[in-house]
Every structure is written in structure tokens, then in C-alpha cells.
Design a protein around this ligand. Sequence first.
Ligand SMILES: Cc1ncc(COP(=O)(O)O)c(C=O)c1O
Length: 370
Amino acid sequence: MLKLIPNPGILDIAPYKAGGFLPEDSKIWGLASNENLLGPSQHTLSAYQKAYTRLNRYPDQGAVALKKAIADLHHLSSENILLGNGSDEILSLLFRAYVGIDEEVILSENGFFLFPILAKAQGAKAVLAKENNLTTQIDAILENITPKTRIICIANPNNPTGTFVPLVELKRLCESVPSNVLIIIDSAYAEYMVEGEYGAGSSLVDQYPNVVMTRTLSKIYGLAALRVGWAYASTDIIAVINRIRLAFHVNSVAQEVSIAVLADQMFVQKCVAHNLYWRNWFEKELDQLGLEYQKTYTNFSLLLFKENSGVTAQDLQEYLLDRHILTRALNLPGLSGSCLRITIGPQQAMEELVLRLKDFFHESKKALSN
Ligand SMILES: Cc1ncc(COP(=O)(O)O)c(C=O)c1O
């Protein structure tokens, strides 16, 4: 019999559930994981074909060229850039470095699912701050600060709600939080944001040494498979993380392709425009169907189903999957009822999706009135 006991907190974790993996030859529209279905671009694929000629060599441990490409694009300094095997690795390293047993991490009630997992993995308590209208509330976060608080972690815009906190509010948070608390601003969807009040957070990193902004190439850049994330942070924080990270965590192919992808800003602009157009279109269709949804600022939409409405998000998820559209049914801690998260996809996917939604609600209305 196994007598090994894992560290405190680990057995309380429900393992992270991804949106669902689709095999290469699948005829299913994968709208469950907020990936960019317009990618990878032709430019990326050509870079990929060039990048695998040196597979016998270890990657550049310092990833100098990739850090420089990120720094140049965002007008930052290379020495403040930290890379990771996806931004989830960076988040995990930050939690490992800065929070421990019986300490506290403050999260927004319906924040990104990974955050409470990372807190529990450290034996720490995940404290959930109440939201208003599925939106992170800075005052609720501030009210929850105790001497045990070590990290405050906010996804902005947030997944799965699609809502965001304006930069001035984040600044108010940074001003009010004790400087021994790490503030992580996870800006995975920053490139999709067009609202003037939004800021990804680099200006806050410049002003407050206890703030880190994390970013990813998995979303708009369409590079989720290669696992590249980055953070902008003080050199002191980077020096801490460099002590605990694995030496070759970002592989050479990922490094080379990322440089090419970052250079293709035309692709990014095309994706932003596509997302705006089809998101608006989709919300208008939802209005016509009389469906409730959370107004989104990202590349995914959240349909809301009241308790006792006779229909659940799970029902709709199954119906759509039978018709080759993969979406993600969720139950959120701060929401009664259920919700369905749907990625904004290519035109054909969106048109098929709306046709199926019309069929589903037509059929379920008939069933409910019987
Ligand atoms: C808010 C948020 N942060 C971080 C991630 C992780 O991204 P990756 O590890 O692919 O960089 C995701 C992925 O869904 C996300 O939604």
C-alpha cells in the first residue's frame, strides 16, 4: 500500500480541466479553449519549417533573441522580461516563490480556474473576493487583505467572464496594497482589448516593484501548442524565478517561431478586427434569440442560464457537440445557474453555431411548453 503523503493542500485540488483536445482530422469546430482559430498564420508555419534543423542542440538558456523581440515590440527592457513554458508556467513559478503553507492568495470570485489550483498546491488558502456583475471589484479585494496575504492575482480581462477592470482601478489597487504582497496581472487577452480605459499593466510594473504582468503567445498569436508565455517584472523578481525555473523550459523551436510570430503584427491586427466584427455579430444574434449573456471584451462569449429555466449550459454543450461544435459548460462559484463559454471563431463556425442555437432553443421551447 502506498504510504507516501503529498504536501498539504494537494489532495484538495480538483485537477485542471482543459476545454477538450481535438485530434488533427477532427471535423469539429473547437470553440472551447479561447484559441485563435485564424492561426497559425502562413508566416508562422514557414518559420516553423525552418526552426527544426538544430534539434540536436540545447536551446539558448537565456532566450536572448526572443526576449529582445518582445522587449522591442513593447518598448520594454529585455532584462525585465521573463519567459515561460506558457504563461501558466510563469504563474506557477511565481506562486512557488512567493506563497507558502497557511498563507493567503486573494483571487476574484470567478477568476481564472488555474489560480486556486496554484494556491492550494502551495498549501495556501485561496480567498475569493466578491464580484459585481461578473466583474472583479478592487474594494472587495482590498477588504480581504490580512497579514497572511502574499499574492493578489487578477486576470484582466478575465477568463471565463470576459470582463475587465480599468487601468485606473488597478492603479488604485497597487497604491493601496502593502509592498510585501505580490500583485500579478495576468493579461493573456490584452491584444484583443480596444477599450481606452484598459491597460495591460506594464506602466504599473514600472511604478510598483511588487507588480508583475504576465502575457502569452497562446491566444491572439495562435501559438498555444508551442507553449510560450512571458512576464514583465522587476529584475529582483526575475532573479528569484531564475533560481527555481528549469534551465531549458522554452524549447528552441518555440523560441524561433515566436520571434517570427511577433514580427507579424499585420496578422494580429487582422485577428483583432475579425474578433470585433464577429463578436458584435454574435451578440446581436443572441439579442434576437432573447438569450442572456455577459458583455465580453475578449475573444470568447459567456452565455448565462438561470437556475430552473428548464435548460442548462450542459444540455446546450451536449447538443452542440452532437452537431460538431465543441463549447465549454461551466459552473462558477459566484453565479447561480450555469454558463457556456464559446470562443469567437471563423465566419463559418459562427454561422453554424448560430443556426444550431436557433434549432436548440426552438426545440427546447417546444419541449418546455409540452
Ligand atoms: C487568463 C488566462 N491566463 C493564462 C492562461 C494560460 O495561457 P498559456 O499557459 O497558454 O500561456 C490562460 C489560458 O487559457 C488564460 O485564459
